[in-house]
Design a protein around this ligand. Structure first.
Ligand SMILES: Cc1cc2nc3c(=O)[nH]c(=O)nc-3n(C[C@H](O)[C@H](O)[C@H](O)COP(=O)(O)O)c2cc1C
Length: 491
């Protein structure tokens, strides 16, 4: 694939890939190459390594059995063309290790507390596949009874999750069973980081859960002050929204342990810094954010029930995944910039799917990142591209220490009244890529400044410079990537 739309087509083809288990395309390759791994790398924003698995040299004269073996329900993914668009590439290893709350981590990627880290076998599998640590499913004396179904998703046009809603509460194993799991995990994976997520109903319970977690061998304790859909009151985000309760329970946890303690914060408020300061003033060593955002999804137009339908009803409950990432980043930024929270380690999460998502959290001040929803959608294997994508980035930017990136983007965020308002950047039209679809014209006419002329005979567009305000809606709606950015000039 050498055409001018190569990057877009590659990304769209990779997005169509169903990411099969035991992928038939790879099984069919007579040259023992790994087309499935290459397509997965492209899918997870890690194209620069895809050429290590298939490429134009290895695949040029091949009859593409991989593509014939594709089981896509519509048409096969164009694997051969993808291969022909890839230069051979090498995999570079960078040192991704970083300290978090004084604990050494081989890389910054942890599973976050949820169903994905809720048994010995699941955690052991994830750790063996390269995750540096796990935050175990929240442990408490409170015994939850779950609803069915307990999940819903807002899907995009390729049926992947834009956002994900859950009604799940804390672990339904007993405290004893869970502590035994933590003990086994630490014994079998001494170099990995085991975080015990806990939730008490009273100060005594918080203290006891902290003590038991330390005795079981956990490295760090995370206080769940943030699950938004507990079926009993005074738990989860009821605590995180109330700085006095955050203070009281953080102190209770510190009474039970000498381990580093994280306060996991709820985004269901305006200013996360307020309860975060309460936690730190009461002894928390670090912060974790975000837990899920209160939400309602997919109201059925016939039954008028929002999803998931539980006997004709549903509740407001937690939203996670891709859609929440910008909101999570904003909360991380607020805490990282708060003077009272200076130098407090932050573990960031909310919508991390690719290495670049993780990097964005690091650049805003996180020295650790956690993932749930994208593991629920794609499995633990996403660690491959998280690790190799971040390695590749560090290698290509000659970055020796991951810690040097922590908070690097913070100085470039400022209040709106400090932004430059005296210059303008016009859109730059690449005629060779323009298909004449007219989307830029429609957007500019109906939602911009009527600065684009459309010739329907020639199917071409022209910018009317005097009308253009440089808002760049045209560039964002262009399906062909034919509009770029020109040089910034004084208005
Ligand atoms: C199914 C599910 C169960 C969860 N259970 C817990 C939990 O037990 N304790 C907790 O602190 N957070 C829990 N969370 C929140 C996640 O740990 C995480 O904070 C949130 O989902 C945002 O990250 P993500 O977008 O990567 O999923 C859960 C999330 C989901 C989707």
């Amino acid at each position: 694939m050498t055409c001018k739309y190569k990057d877009i087509i590659m990304a769209q083809e990779a997005a169509r890939c169903m990411l099969c288990t035991d992928a038939p395309c790879t099984a069919a390759c007579s040259r023992s190459l790994d087309p499935a791994r290459a397509v997965r790398a492209i899918r997870f924003d890690n194209s620069s390594v895809a050429g290590a698995y298939i490429n134009k040299e290895s695949c040029a004269d091949c009859p593409a059995q991989c593509q014939s073996a594709c089981i896509h329900f519509d048409r096969p993914v164009r694997i051969k063309e993808i291969a022909l668009g890839l230069e051979p590439s090498e995999l570079h290893k960078a040192d991704l290790s970083i300290d978090f709350c004084g604990v050494h981590c081989e890389n910054p990627f942890f599973l976050s507390s949820s169903i994905v880290a809720s048994s010995y076998d699941m955690c052991a599998k994830a750790l063996s596949m390269g995750w540096a640590g796990i935050v175990y499913k929240t442990i408490g004396f409170y015994k939850p009874k779950e609803v069915s179904p307990r999940f819903d998703a807002v899907l995009n046009s390729t049926r992947s999750f834009s956002g994900f809603k859950n009604l799940e509460q804390i672990s339904d194993h007993t405290v004893e069973e869970n502590m035994e799991t933590l003990r086994r995990l630490k014994k079998d994976f001494p170099d990995k980081v085991i975080v015990s997520s806990i939730m008490g109903q009273t100060e005594d319970e918080w203290t006891k859960l902290a003590r038991l977690s330390e005795e079981a061998g956990a490295d760090i304790i995370e206080c769940n002050f943030s699950c938004p859909h507990m079926s009993a009151h005074g738990l989860g985000s009821d605590v995180g929204q109330n700085p006095e309760l955050v203070s009281k329970y953080t102190e209770a946890v510190k009474k039970g342990t000498k381990l580093p303690v994280l306060a996991k914060m709820t985004p269901n408020l305006g200013h996360m810094e307020i309860p975060a300061i309460a936690a730190v003033d009461s002894g928390a060593d670090g912060l974790a954010a975000i837990n899920t955002i209160k939400s309602i999804t997919n109201i059925d137009a016939d039954s008028m029930v929002s999803m998931p339908d539980i006997c004709g009803k549903c509740s407001v409950s937690g939203y996670s995944g891709k859609a929440v990432k910008p909101i999570a980043l904003r909360f991380i930024h607020d805490m990282a910039k708060c003077p009272e929270l200076k130098n407090i380690p932050i573990s960031g999460m909310g919508g991390i799917e690719s290495w670049r998502d993780g990097l964005e959290f690091i650049l805003l001040g996180c020295s650790n990142v956690q993932v749930t929803t994208s593991v629920m959608e794609y499995g633990y294997r996403i660690i491959d591209d998280l690790v190799s994508g971040l390695s590749e980035y560090m290698y290509s930017h000659s970055i020796k220490k991951l810690s040097s990136l922590v908070g690097a983007a913070l100085p470039k965020l400022c209040p709106a009244d400090e932004l430059d308002r005296d210059s303008i950047v016009y859109p730059l039209f690449d005629k060779s890529k323009c298909t004449g679809c007219g989307r830029c014209y429609t957007a500019c006419s109906d939602a911009g400044h009527q600065a684009i002329e459309f010739d329907s005979q020639k199917r071409s567009v022209r910018l009317i410079g005097k009308n253009c305000e440089g808002c760049h809606l045209c560039r964002l709606v262009c399906p062909a990537g034919a509009i770029g950015i020109s040089k910034r000039i004084i208005r």
